[in-house]
Write a protein of this length. Structure first.
Length: 70
């Protein structure tokens, strides 16, 4: 229910709408894994180059069951 409500507020985005249409973030992530993994790898590389940490974003990425994005 939350995923279907978020696109109507300030959280609207194409990715969020796509996740909502699939019923869960996990299902969406599984279906776009190839692209998601590439984007996550770039973010991790830039973060490492800046000697920074992803913080809670890393926790959120790691929480996606069945996806090994490291």
């Amino acid at each position: 229910m939350l995923l279907s409500a978020l696109p109507h507020g300030s959280a609207a985005s194409r990715a969020l709408a796509a996740a909502a249409s699939r019923g869960s973030v996990t299902t969406f992530a599984e279906q776009v894994r190839e692209f998601l993994a590439k984007d996550v790898a770039v973010v991790r590389e830039v973060t490492a180059d800046l000697d920074a940490a992803l913080g809670v974003l890393d926790d959120a990425i790691s929480a996606l069951p069945g996806l090994s994005l490291r």
